[in-house]
Design a protein around this ligand. Structure first.
Ligand SMILES: Nc1ncnc2c1ncn2[C@@H]1O[C@H](COP(=O)(O)OP(=O)(O)O)[C@@H](O)[C@H]1O
Ligand SMILES: [Mg+2]
Length: 294
């Protein structure tokens, strides 16, 4: 049996029990598709930016399920926490998810929790701010990553306070910020033009049925422990996958996992157009069509 269609570590588990192989398909993997790799390079440039210059920040914008959080996660994991020569921690990238509603006090709490510092959540924002800033300096935080920045979009006093707090933090600590969110994150920055002028946007466009997409399918196939080669990048299969999963990495990954599980369960060991047609699958946008029709 040829296993050339798989990465060696994936080929190794071909003999494992079906349940194990299905579980393996469900685990998150990283595929470095072009837009993600470019974004990671930009984040590295940002991190290496000289501290004495005014940092330029990045806003990673894309639709829901288009890989924003995964990029931040991958980037943060690539720069894990270290200990300095004096035994002090160095946190290269501090990542938090913005509070679901704009709230400065909660923002400081999230930073403190992310640094593992217990504090009284009920304390005043000004107090927590001092605590958070000194904790960030102590932990040598070199870059701040703010996911779900779209949560900040609602106009109002609380939002202005939060945006001003972020602007001051970046000024005082002179560390670059990467924010990620849907197009609503742009609305959020529109509320603070001064902060906005320090951001450069990087878009994660919707996926199209192009060479990039085929490359992604070919890479992902190497990660699915199926005994037979599916050749996902061949036109008929790729077209069928794109028609079902649509234009986000999230839906494509979900569909590939579902299809691989079916290929294991049915014993076909291969993802084909026929197998895809028999899957119980609802396109993500079908929900919107249903909602509009009622
Ligand atoms: N580079 C990648 N390689 C493999 N799978 C990915 C990648 N990026 C995203 N995914 C898959 O897509 C899903 C949705 O991505 P996510 O980063 O959560 O999107 P967003 O934050 O833009 O809503 C993830 O849970 C993961 O399964
Ligand atoms: Mg996300």
């Amino acid at each position: 049996m040829s296993t050339e269609h798989l990465l060696p570590e994936v080929a190794e588990i071909l003999d494992a029990a079906n349940e194990y192989r299905i579980e393996f398909c469900r685990q998150d993997r990283w595929v470095g598709y072009t837009a993600a790799t470019k974004a990671l390079d930009e984040l590295d440039d940002l991190r290496n930016f000289p501290k004495n210059l005014r940092p330029n920040n990045i806003l990673l914008v894309g639709g829901s399920g288009n890989g924003k959080s995964s990029i931040l996660e991958y980037f943060a994991n690539r720069h894990p926490i270290l200990a300095s020569s004096e035994g002090k921690p160095v946190v290269p990238v501090l990542k938090i998810e913005m509070p679901s509603k704009p709230d400065e006090s909660e923002f400081w709490s999230l930073i403190l929790w992310a640094l593992g510092i217990s504090h009284r959540e009920g304390d005043r924002a000004a107090h927590k701010k001092r605590q958070a800033k000194s904790a960030m300096v102590n932990a040598n935080v070199q870059m701040l990553a703010l996911d779900e920045f779209n949560n900040v979009a609602e106009a109002g006093r609380a939002t202005s306070d939060l945006l001003a707090a972020i602007r001051n933090l970046s000024n005082e600590l002179r560390i670059p910020i990467v924010a990620a969110g849907t197009d609503k994150a742009i609305n959020a920055l529109n509320l603070d033009p001064q902060l906005k002028s320090r951001f450069e946007p990087i878009g994660l466009p919707r996926w199209r049925l192009n060479r990039e997409y085929l490359g992604f399918l070919a890479s992902y196939e190497q990660l699915l422990p199926l005994a037979k080669k599916s050749d996902l990048a061949q036109p008929e299969v790729a077209k069928a996958l794109f028609a079902m999963a649509g234009d986000t990495v999230g839906q494509n990954v979900k569909l590939l996992r579902r299809a691989a599980a079916a290929a294991i369960e049915t014993g076909s060991e291969q993802i084909t157009v026929k197998l895809l047609a028999e899957l119980n699958w609802t396109r993500a946008d079908a929900w919107q069509t249903i909602a509009k029709a009622i």
